[in-house]
Design a binder for this molecule. Structure first.
Ligand SMILES: Nc1ncnc2c1ncn2[C@@H]1O[C@H](COP(=O)(O)OP(=O)(O)OP(=O)(O)O)[C@@H](O)[C@H]1O
Ligand SMILES: [Mg+2]
Length: 332
């Protein structure tokens, strides 16, 4: 599979991205950043006083996957839980601005919107403040979410499950998704966090990072290609998925497909690395849009690897976009 051939095929898929429809289901979060300067120590306690210069907000978790999908110009609908609070309202505002559909979002009055607030002074994180409740949501919220997800699946080419263990996903919901997707011919791609991958039984693809893959195999170490290949096959057996894409940070990613003898490894694009957070969201978002455009898994993974190479080379958690991906494919 030479690079030149891939690049020509890749542009064929990119041309189809605007007609791809993806539903992202999972744990939606708000990432808040408070930027400022420290000029003195507080008279109240031995802590710095941060004078705020600006604050910024971005979607995290499943929300960030949806932002990546939207950046690739595909149509995207987001489903998950938010609270009846200011973070929840902020999430809805950002989604509207980015043209991400909100028909799958359920407001649960009994829990706060998962919010991570970082205070950053002089490029250094001073403290992080988390607001979240990761236990099982009440039955009414769960039922509402299941109903909305079932309804949305009829209109999409594929579903992404973005699991950050914050409570949006239940076995029942995952089962609903697998059944409805099977009926309509949509694929189901999962970014997993649980160690019990049978939770995602029936999905098409799972994309654990190396650490998640190791944890799902009871702590078995996966240091090199040989172990990744064997581990990938074991994960296919445990999850029932058709394929596993194990992301390996600076080593790139490896694709293991059910019934396929060859192991497919893609080295990371050698680039300057600034910020690797959110690279996993870019990977699953890009893989999903590419699959929706009809790309075979190997091509979808090659595209995702290019996309991840772009976003890790930028400062801050930034999404991939159609423009940036096209440029990178042209080698610019
Ligand atoms: N240090 C790096 N150098 C080059 N590429 C990288 C680096 N880190 C990540 N990548 C790219 O991003 C992809 C996904 O990264 P990684 O395996 O760290 O996912 P992850 O742990 O799920 O990320 P996240 O922090 O978003 O959860 C890799 O397969 C690779 O293509
Ligand atoms: Mg990840």
């Amino acid at each position: 599979m030479n690079e030149a051939g891939f690049s020509a095929r890749a542009f064929g898929f990119l041309g189809k991205f605007p007609s791809v429809r993806i539903l992202v289901v999972g744990d939606i979060m708000l990432d808040e950043y408070i930027w400022g300067e420290v000029k003195r120590i507080s008279p109240e306690a031995p802590v710095p006083v941060v004078a705020v210069t600006k604050d910024t907000r971005a979607l995290g978790g499943a929300g960030n996957v949806a932002v990546n999908v939207a950046g690739l110009k595909a149509k995207v609908e987001l489903a998950g839980l938010i609270g009846a609070d200011s973070s929840g309202r902020e999430i809805l505002r950002i989604l509207a601005k980015r043209r991400i559909g909100t028909s799958g979002i359920v407001q649960d009055r009994n829990r706060p919107t998962t919010t991570k607030t970082r205070v950053i002074a002089h490029h250094q994180q001073v403290v992080r403040v988390d607001r979240e409740m990761d236990d099982v949501p009440d039955g009414r919220a769960q039922d509402a979410l299941r109903a909305r997800v079932r309804k949305a699946i009829g209109n999409v080419d594929g579903v992404v499950i973005s699991d950050y263990l914050k409570g949006a996903l239940s076995r029942e919901l995952v089962n609903d998704i697998v059944i409805a997707a099977g009926r309509s011919g949509a694929f189901v791609a999962v970014d997993p966090k649980r160690t019990d991958v049978s939770f995602y039984r029936g999905c098409t693809l799972i994309t654990p990072n190396r650490h998640e893959a190791e944890a799902a195999l009871g702590g078995r170490r996966l240091p090199g290609d040989m172990e990744i290949w064997e581990g990938g096959k074991a994960l296919i057996r445990k999850s029932g998925a058709k394929a596993v894409l194990i992301t390996r940070g600076e080593e790139g990613m490896s694709l293991i497909e059910r019934g396929r003898k060859a192991f497919f490894h893609i080295p990371a694009k050698a680039r300057q690395v600034f910020d690797v957070t959110g690279a996993g969201d870019t990977v699953i978002g890009t893989v999903a849009v590419a699959m929706g455009a009809g790309a075979p898994l190997r091509d979808a993974a090659l595209l995702a690897n290019v996309a991840a190479g772009v976003v890790v080379g930028e400062v801050g958690t930034v999404p991939i976009t159609m423009e940036k991906l096209s440029k990178a494919l042209r080698g610019e």
